[in-house]
Design a protein around this ligand. Structure first.
Ligand code: B4P
Length: 189
């Protein structure tokens, strides 16, 4: 069993590296961003509420994303492991995740943080916005708001896992394959 958190600001490459990890290790990908966008596309009331916040670059309430993760853990009891991508994004979400995993006799093995500066993040997201159709990728002010939310509410989550001896930071700028090999080195350690 391998349970990883991929951590970092918006556009750091969490989704990109997650798909490579899934291919190699057969893990279940739990991306709260993807789960929320699925709710939006399905037109559910949860999706409609989440969209209002996501389109402003604001985090959705903890209770919403914690409930989604709980459902997914219950649906995948025989998984080889999980990649948590974009979750936890607040200290309250991190505490809830620890509790949920303990209830399944599981725990996090590594939190791997992709470190990327704000200028590079903005450039990447505006570039993705040209083809993704994501409203939150198409406006520089909105991207800066997302980075501000990250700095204020999400960055403190690193300390939570640092205190458990699970935090590992790596340079998220450079070739995707080289970043992936650094992640693999952490997993195999
Ligand atoms: P997410 O969907 O999690 O979006 P993200 O942070 O933009 O994605 P990521 O870092 O995975 O970027 P990617 O690899 O694609 O969140 C969206 C919104 O949902 C949030 O703002 C929030 O409102 C809400 N939300 C989600 N989870 C929540 C939670 N837990 N609590 C509350 N609210 C929540 O990479 C970006 C781009 O960079 C891509 O185009 C990629 O090709 C490129 N790239 C990747 N690696 C690269 C590299 N090494 N070099 C150059 N380009 C690279």
């Amino acid at each position: 069993m391998l349970n990883l958190i991929l951590f970092g600001p918006p556009g750091a490459g969490k989704g990109t590296q997650s798909s490579k990890l899934i291919d190699k290790y057969g893990l279940i990908h739990l991306s709260t961003g993807d789960l929320l966008r699925a709710e939006i596309n399905a037109g559910t009331s949860l999706g409609l509420e989440a969209k209002k916040l996501m389109d402003q670059g604001i985090l959705v309430p903890d209770s919403v994303v914690i409930g989604m993760i709980e459902n997914k853990l219950n649906e995948n009891k025989t998984a080889a492991g999980f990649i948590f991508d974009g979750f936890p994004r607040t200290v309250a979400q991190a505490e809830a995740l620890d509790q949920l995993l303990a209830g399944h006799h599981l725990s996090i093995h590594h939190m791997i943080a992709l470190e990327v500066n704000e200028e590079e993040l903005t450039e990447r997201l505006l570039e993705r916005g040209k083809s993704s159709g994501r409203p939150d990728d198409q406006n520089e002010d909105l991207i800066r708001k997302r980075v501000q939310e990250y700095t204020e509410k999400t960055a403190p989550v690193a300390k939570h896992y640092e205190s458990q001896g699970k935090f590992q930071g790596i340079n998220g700028i450079g070739e995707i394959e080289i970043i992936f090999s650094q992640i693999e080195a952490i997993i195999q350690r």
